[in-house]
Each structure stands twice: as structure tokens, then as C-alpha cells.
Design a protein around this ligand. Structure first.
Ligand code: CP3
Length: 353
């Protein structure tokens, strides 16, 4: 299906942006840079905007979500906005009892553990009407962005299933990994449902004006390559399949995924996001040198003295030179206590290299 008339890629507002060019395997004169979790607690204007509004309510308020999305673009001059939302928003919109507890993360009213739990979950569907606040928030944001592309995003089925099965954040995702082996049929039903719900959320953002789409499989690094390929990759491919007919570049990111990089590309992603645990040139080698990459500044170094951070950023950029395209980013999200002036300075440094 062609992108709708008025979409920034169709109107060519963002089709030649440095971000879209790098995602397409090109090398623009200036290296594009943005930061995962650039909208959030590191910004005083974010903390002020959020006073009195719970996280998921903020995500579903189109005006507020749009304002928060634009804040880091105005302040830092990054090459992309990422829509302010959360991976569990589509679960909430489908009717799942989920909250985001400050300082904790997503917490479920009750965990989804048995075949019966999954059967009940599968009765919930995500309609276009339910997605209206997301589409409205994206449309408002894109209208304010001009030539800066908006990245839409969604959680990958494994990371969503990890929260659903555990009932909240966990370290090793033991219950989820047990279920995938103990009852593969129930696991397939659960991750297939998650793929369709998260895929619909991603598609709504692209249709409403996002110029790229990123799938976050934050916790996929808990899996061996064989487990990933057998029990997770099919559902991730199904999630990305929801935007496969749209002419938009896709990025696939997870943490601790050094062993999984090629498999994560092969589910249908154009670009692979690399975390900070593997040198970028080694990641590019593992991807056969033919895949654009995004990453991988260590977020810990944002709090180090500037010369230490600068040397690290120069090293990341040098290692990224062997990829067909490179979008500079962190190897995971911005820590909440980051000095925002460091991020602004970092954008200037990357643009000067
Ligand atoms: O700026 C951006 O990157 C866009 C917004 C964004 C949020 N969540 C906003 C948010 C994105 C892309 C996400 C994705 C997300 N959410 C992921 C994948 C990326 C990753 O970090 O690995 C995951 C695993 C979640 C689940 C989640 N939601 C966690 C772990 C937390 C943090 C809990 C905490 O308080 O430390 C959230 C809440 C959340 N999502 C916040 C933000 C800005 C913090 C809410 C607050 O301000 O209190």
C-alpha cells in the first residue's frame, strides 16, 4: 500500500533527511544522531510537563505527547524525533490491565502464565478507533517537525511477552523462558497475539506520519541464538510484517544481542541497532558489512569527563565507518540523571566529525 498523501516521505519533507538517507544505506555529508529515551526525565521541561499526569495517560494525550516528543529536538538539534509513548501502550489500548510504575516500569494487574490466561488475552483486539489518540499525537507532532523525521516505535513480541508472563520487570525473564520450552504452543499463541497488537501500533504511527519505524526487543539478549531463532524470530517477523507493505525503513534494536545481530536483521529489518557491549566494527562484521547500523555510545560515559566521552564518541564514529550507513545513538537509553547540556554538546561533536 502506498503511504497516504500528505505523509512527510510522500511530500519529500523527510525523504532526503540525513536520517532516512543513512537508514537507506547512504552516507550523507553530516552523520545523523539521536538518542534513545531523548524525551524523558533528563529534561527539566519534560519533568515540568509531566507534573500531575501518570505516564500512560501522558502517552494517550495527543497534545502532551506531541509537546514532549518535540522538546529534545528543540533543545539538542537531534536529527530525529522519536514518538513519546511506551511499548505497553498498545497492550493498554487492547484492554490489558497494565500500569507504568515510576522508577519500576510496566506492571501487570495479573501475569499471563497458563494456556487459559493466553486464551483470555487473545480475546482482546486492538481496533483503529482505540489507536486514535496515537494517530492524533503523531499527526500533531509531524506538523510541528518540518523536515525532521519522526521515528515510530513498538516493543517486540518477546519483550512484551516477558512483561506479560513475569507480571512486571525481571532480571533473567525466567518465567517467560520456561513457558517457551514447557508449552511452546501457548508461547506461540501469546507471541503471535503480541505481534499483531504491537504491529498495529507501529503501523498506525507510520500511516499518521512517522518516517521510520523501530522495533525494541530490549530483553532479547536473555536468549541463546537457537532459542531466538526458533521461539522468537517468527513473531518478530510477524510484527514487522505489519509495516512491510509501506515504503519506510525499519530498525531492530535489543540489548546484549551481540550473538543475535544477523538473526535480528533477518526477521525483516533494514537497520540493526547495536548496544554498547560489542564494538561497532565487530557488529558490522557480524552483519556481513551490508547492513546500516545505529549506535552505540555507552550511556555510562555521558557522566564521564568530556575528554573521556569525546574520545569514546570519536572511536564509535571511526568504527562505524565500515557500515553502508551509520546513525549515531547510545547503546541504550539516556539515564534519567544525565546533564542535558552534555547531550547538546554531543550532537555538535557528531555533526562536526
Ligand atoms: O524518548 C524516547 O525514547 C521515546 C519514548 C520511549 C519511552 N519508552 C518513554 C518512557 C520509548 C521508546 C520507550 C520504550 C520502552 N519502554 C522500552 C524499550 C526501550 C528500552 O529502554 O529498552 C521498554 C523496555 C519500556 C518499558 C518501560 N517503560 C521501562 C523499563 C520504563 C522505565 C521505568 C522507570 O521509571 O525507570 C518505562 C517508563 C517510561 N517510558 C519512561 C519514559 C520517558 C519514564 C516514565 C517517567 O518519566 O516516569
Amino acid at each position: 500500500m502506498p503511504l497516504p498523501a500528505g505523509h512527510p516521505l510522500v511530500e519529500r519533507r523527510t525523504s532526503h533527511s540525513d536520517l532516512v538517507r543513512a537508514y537507506s544505506g547512504d552516507r550523507p555529508e553530516r552523520l545523523p544522531v539521536w538518542f534513545m529515551r531523548q524525551a524523558g526525565r533528563s529534561l527539566p521541561e519534560y519533568r515540568a510537563a509531566r507534573v500531575g499526569t501518570a505516564m500512560l495517560e501522558a502517552c494517550l494525550d495527543p497534545e502532551l505527547a506531541s509537546e514532549i516528543t518535540l522538546q529534545p529536538v528543540r533543545r539538542h538539534g537531534v536529527d530525529a524525533a522519536i514518538f513519546f509513548s511506551d511499548i505497553v501502550v498498545p497492550l493498554r489500548l487492547a484492554g490489558v490491565d497494565v500500569e507504568i510504575k515510576p522508577g519500576v516500569g510496566p506492571v501487570m494487574g495479573s501475569p499471563v502464565r497458563t494456556a487459559d490466561d493466553v486464551a483470555r488475552l487473545r480475546e482482546l483486539t486492538l481496533s483503529d478507533e482505540a489507536l486514535a489518540p496515537v494517530s492524533a499525537g503523531v499527526a500533531l507532532t509531524v506538523a510541528g517537525l518540518g523536515g525532521t523525521p519522526l521515528i515510530g516505535f513498538a516493543g517486540a513480541p518477546f519483550t512484551l511477552a516477558a512483561y506479560l508472563v513475569e507480571g512486571g520487570p525481571s532480571r533473567d525473564h525466567l518465567a517467560a523462558r520456561t513457558l517457551m520450552h514447557a508449552d511452546p504452543e501457548t508461547w506461540r499463541a501469546l507471541t503471535g497475539w503480541a505481534a499483531d497488537v504491537t504491529g498495529a501500533f507501529l503501523r498506525a504511527q507510520v500511516l499518521a506520519g512517522a518516517s521510520a519505524a523501530q522495533l525494541f526487543d530490549s530483553w532479547a539478549g536473555a536468549l541463546s541464538l537457537p532459542d531466538y531463532v526458533q521461539h522468537v524470530a517468527p513473531a518478530s517477523a510477524r510484527a514487522l510484517g505489519h509495516v512491510a507493505d509501506l515504503d519506510v525503513r525499519t530498525v531492530h534494536f535489543g540489548t546484549g544481542t551481540g550473538e543475535l545481530l544477523a538473526a535480528m536483521r533477518d526477521v525483516g529489518a533494514d537497520v540493526v541497532g547495536v548496544d554498547y557491549r560489542i564494538p561497532l566494527d565487530e557488529a558490522i562484521r557480524r552483519l556481513g558489512g551490508r547492513t546500516p547500523v545505529q549506535g552505540n555510545i555507552d550511556p555510562a560515559l555521558l557522566a564521564a569527563p568530556w575528554p573521556v566521552l569525546e574520545a569514546h564518541v570519536r572511536d564509535v564514529v571511526a568504527r562505524g565507518a565500515s557500515a553502508p550507513g551509520h546513525v549515531v545513538n547510545l547503546g541504550h537509553g539516556v539515564p534519567p540523571d544525565t546533564d542535558p547540556e552534555v547531550l547538546t554538546r554531543l550532537v555538535g561533536l557528531v555533526h562536526s566529525l
